[in-house]
Write a protein that binds this ligand. Sequence first.
Ligand SMILES: *Cc1c(COP(=O)(O)O)cnc(C)c1O
Length: 428
Amino acid sequence: MRAAKRGAMKAFTYRDGVMHAEDVPLPAIAEAVGTPVYVYSLAKLVAKARDFREGLSALEKPHLAFAVKSNPNLAVLRVLGREGYGADVVSGGELTRALAAGIPPEEIVFSGVGKTHAELLQGLEAGIGQFNIESEEEGYELALLAKRHGYRARCALRVNPDVDARTHAKISTGKSKNKFGVPLDRAGAIFAALAGEEALELRGVAVHIGSQLAELEPLETAFTKLGALIAELRAAGHTITHADLGGGLGVSYRHDENFPTAAEYGEMVARVTAGWDVRLMFEPGRFIAAEAGVLLTRVIRKKRSGNGPPFVVVDAAMNDLARPALYGAWHEFEAVAPTGERATAHIVGPICETGDTFAMDRECDALEAGELAVFRTAGAYGATMASSYNSRGFVAEVLVDGERFAVVADRIAPGAIMDAERVPDWLA
Ligand SMILES: *Cc1c(COP(=O)(O)O)cnc(C)c1O
């Protein structure tokens, strides 16, 4: 199969008028597990992982680390680990997950501006492959901890290239006003200072300018700046063997959008990094996982509202899928068994907050109470952002492989969450 074709492989398609995840009809999953539930396609995860890898086939041994925060489910991590992906983690909890999923510690990269001492030590003890240091202060703290506990920490310095990723402000990370990385104009001095620390094996540089990038140009600008920095550092006598180019490649959430392909991204990377003579590292999250998942939901009821379109109240809510409330994000909304009839509706969840709105004035399949529907492209930044707001449970997750499926995250009932709470004696 050709790479382009493989990446475009469709995991959620209609057969005999009913949406299937691979070979499993979605009503069968709703019946067995209830709704709302995230449904992931193993084949699609694999297809996207291979598509991304193939896009980079012009590079020598790129290091691929899946951004765990986009979908930290253990089964998902296992699938990507089997595909040869390491992990990009941003907390001790994600590090624990990546290790539990069997990802070798040396394939794990630890990013984030707020790594605590406990998390840094956890990374050292696990023997992770690379810490991406985000400040001079963090570098000294890591050096101190490493020295005290008898480790040498492999690390890279994350720089903030001051590039506008032209994505949603809340997921833009590469402007100087953002909290991430060290300023490019101070990177040389900070690198030199940290390179003097015996307990640090400072071997490279890193950038990550944001998520859901719709164009390659901001990435190219950032990588070009990183290349200049590498040359500057080498001229100052430093050895640079690794460059981490982060994640950020976007996906189309709407049927009519055109996004850069892995092949186009790979071509740009190969061109910009020619002659760098480093091992390139990548941290894709959304690009791998987003299209491999849907959020399956059931219509609770249809509510008329004045003269406007009706509210279609579904049993999924902003606590299950936060992206629309958080970023005004669009998810395609489709009936599992469409009748062919179309309607305009407001799609909302049951939560007592107006922000719990998935779409206003959406032209979509006509739906009645009791019917099933999906929000597409929900495999990344979906379940991972779930909360129990309004004392709803935590949403369940299912992984499909051909004709079989398994619950890969139990629904956590509101009562189980309550069990972790205590009323102190002095309130009795
Ligand atoms: C979030 C994040 C990623 C993944 O971003 P995607 O847009 O999902 O590819 C990669 N690296 C770092 C440091 C991140 O914070």
